[in-house]
Design a protein around this ligand. Structure first.
Ligand code: TRH
Length: 388
């Protein structure tokens, strides 16, 4: 019998929650042969990143995962052997009550947000007893070191990327309606939240000495781009030129095609959590915009990843990377964006080499799905022995 897993995903904001839950669910089903059910409270958001999802279906099977609409009141269902609440979403009360009388009780895991901060390793795997019910919930922290929950990645990710870069690029550019890049052209993908640093970055690209093509999937940054271009709005398919800069508006892509975009571009601007990890696996230079939090709590996260990411880089290249990341996240305005961009351009070759080396190093943290399965299987075994 295959072990049953229920993953609960409450879409709070944007696409990160469902993006991560979906990547995890399909990985568990495909690579670990598990019987996975994914409960999602916003199938419309899900459909944006995975167009095969029907937003009105109560139940559907996709990529080997049973996708269920999480509605209120919650449909009565027997709990799975392993229950994941992604990012601390509250499980339905009726489901919790059923968990508490199941024998042995399910392994209950709260999948936490990814961070490179040092405290993550100390908290990874810690138990927390439920205040009322005879249940224990474990905190599972993804992270960048082997003593954390590791990072989401498919087992064949590196091979698929290498094959794509080797022979898939011409067809990919055609699919997006672009010609192959000309010599010296820089192709940049831009996925960002609204950002006061954006107009100066666009200016820097427009005045670059070589051609810059910026590819922007439709999203939150579009109104700012339209304002900078002095146009009333922007639609997918539009192309605008300002000096050396050519801006291409793309439709919002499905999750796998977005990966291809990251693999195809020379430089990726990403945001939040999932695209940040995917950009690192793309082995290309990147700039991360952390999800903005109250009291600038995201600056600690940015600083922690930046410190880790720039380890081993020559000081000038590390300075160029830090300058871009810090300016882009509003952490400093010591240098103008024009200065940051010139520094980045000056160190581009070294930063490209580093991005490839960093991608190799990332594997040391381990793959999140493997670690989660090991963790859950160990707990399941100990429960079977203590509940004959
Ligand atoms: O959408 P996000 O800003 O999500 C955020 C973060 O995860 C943040 O940590 C969390 O607290 C907040 O949501 C609630 O960024 P993220 O994490 O990169 O997720 C975007 C997802 O969308 C990712 O799976 C990639 C996918 N995507 C597509 O499928 N197509 C696209 O065209 C683009 C640009 C992204």
């Amino acid at each position: 019998m295959r072990t049953t897993w229920d993953i609960f995903c409450n879409v709070v904001d944007n696409y990160g929650d469902i993006g991560i839950a979906w990547r995890l669910a399909r990985g568990l089903a495909r690579e670990h042969g598990l019987d996975v059910q994914l409960w999602v409270d916003d199938l419309h958001a899900f459909q944006r990143i995975w167009p095969a999802i029907s937003p009105d279906a109560t139940e559907q099977t996709c990529e080997g995962v049973r996708v269920c609409a999480w509605r209120i009141p919650f449909a009565a269902t027997g709990p799975a052997q392993v229950v994941i609440d992604a990012f601390g979403c509250s499980l339905p009360e009726t489901y919790l009550a059923a968990m508490s009388v199941q024998s042995p009780p399910p392994v209950w895991i709260n999948l936490e947000y990814l961070s490179a901060e040092p405290w993550v390793a100390e908290h990874h795997g810690l138990p927390s007893p439920h205040p009322r019910l005879p249940l224990t919930r474990y905190f599972f922290f993804p992270g960048y070191t082997p003593d954390t929950g590791g990072l989401l990645a498919e087992a064949d990710l590196a091979e698929r990327r290498a094959a794509f870069v080797h022979s898939g690029l011409p067809a990919f550019w055609r699919e997006l309606g672009l010609e192959a890049p000309q010599a010296g052209e820089l192709r940049i993908s831009l996925f960002a939240y609204e950002n006061p640093a954006l107009p100066d970055l666009l200016e820097a690209w427009a005045t670059d000495t070589r051609p810059v093509t910026c590819l922007v999937p439709e999203g939150r940054v579009i109104p700012q781009l339209a304002a900078w271009l002095s146009v009333p709005g922007l639609q997918a398919g539009e192309v605008h030129r300002r000096g050396a800069l050519r801006l291409h508006i793309l439709p919002f892509l499905d999750q796998d095609t977005y990966d291809h975009l990251l693999w195809a571009c020379n430089f990726n601007f990403v945001r939040g959590e999932d695209s940040c990890v995917r950009a690192q696996w793309a082995a290309r230079p990147m700039v991360w915009q952390a999800y903005p939090q109250d009291d600038h709590a995201h600056w600690d996260k940015t600083g922690a990843l930046l410190a880790h990411y720039t380890e081993g880089l020559e000081p000038e290249a590390a300075h160029a990377v830090s300058g871009m990341w810090r300016h882009w996240n509003g952490m400093t305005e010591a240098d103008s964006m024009a200065v940051c961009w010139a520094a980045w351009r000056g160190q581009q070759a070294a930063i490209e080499v580093h991005a490839r080396a960093w991608c190799e190093r990332l594997g040391r943290a381990g793959r999140l799905a493997d670690k989660l399965v090991d963790f859950a299987e160990n707990k399941l075994k100990s429960r079977v022995f203590s509940n004959p």
